[in-house]
Design a protein around this ligand. Structure first.
Ligand SMILES: C[S@@+](CC[C@H](N)C(=O)[O-])C[C@H]1O[C@@H](n2cnc3c(N)ncnc32)[C@H](O)[C@@H]1O
Length: 244
């Protein structure tokens, strides 16, 4: 009975956070209206829903979070690149639904959108992501989103600022789930370099933007440099993951 109720809560939370519950239309410059298929695959930017990653990647996130809880893999959860916070709210909701009182959810973002391309990372040259104002969501707004779902507490840890400044000194000892969603080569490699060594054996790495050439290149460069051979498993034509 409890398991049934838990799954019903998580189904409802997921449908609400993706906007599928209420047919939330697109809010990006290249889509119009509400399209269930696009939203399920995370192919548009929602007008008011709290995550753009779509149903398939939300279900992958739920699968990995539930697996580490059921198998007792130690560590906190983090997403680097959170936008309105929907995927982090989902992680926190999953923890709450299992009665977890110890794990933290780290929420890492500039809260002002993507950085302009850095000359130190040639792969990002020409990127225009930093010009998209829709990607700049304030910390106050994200906190309000957590609060609306009654999921804001002292175990939600905000890391506000550019990844290269916030991640190295973050008070993180061990991670069970590392979810990367920073789009750029720089944002991806910076997060992997600092956080990957903290992922527990049996923990998970999720790459939201594996379809983007810049992001995929950062992942391959990092894996090659660190001799990581675990198979990369595709999710929905965009995201991918592997188990440590
Ligand atoms: C595509 S959005 C994330 C979508 C989100 N995961 C969701 O569930 O909808 C990318 C986010 O990454 C953040 N970001 C990208 N690179 C960053 C960096 N180097 N430092 C801080 N934030 C960064 C942006 O501010 C933006 O909120």
């Amino acid at each position: 009975m409890i398991e049934k109720l838990r799954q019903r809560y998580l189904n409802l939370l997921e449908a609400s956070l993706t906007g599928i519950l209420y047919g939330d239309p697109s809010g990006d410059p290249w889509s119009t209206g509400y399209d269930l298929h696009r939203r399920a695959l995370g192919r548009d930017w929602p007008q008011s829903a709290l995550t753009m990653i779509g149903t398939a990647r939300m279900q992958n996130l739920r699968h990995v979070c539930e697996t580490v809880l059921l198998e007792d893999i130690p560590g906190d959860f983090i997403e680097t690149g959170i936008w309105r916070g929907g995927a982090c709210i989902y992680m926190k909701g999953i923890l709450a639904s299992y009665g977890d009182t110890t794990r933290r959810v780290f929420v890492a973002d500039s809260f002002q959108g993507l950085p302009p391309p850095d000359v130190a990372y040639p792969a990002d040259q020409g990127s225009q992501y930093h010009t998209f104002q829709q990607l700049a969501v304030s910390r106050a707004e994200v906190e309000a989103n957590f609060r609306a779902y009654q999921l804001l507490d002292e175990r939600v840890m905000f890391l506000e600022g550019w990844f290269h400044q916030t991640l190295p000194g973050a008070p993180i000892e061990r991670l069970a789930v590392l979810r990367l969603d920073g789009d750029l080569y720089a944002s991806t490699i910076q997060a992997l370099t600092v956080l990957y060594p903290k992922v527990s054996p049996g923990g998970f790495v999720i790459i939201d933007d594996f379809n983007l050439e810049t992001c995929a290149r950062a992942v391959h460069d990092f894996r090659n440099a660190n001799s990581i051979a675990a198979p990369i498993i595709p999710i929905d034509g965009m995201g991918a993951w592997w188990r440590v």
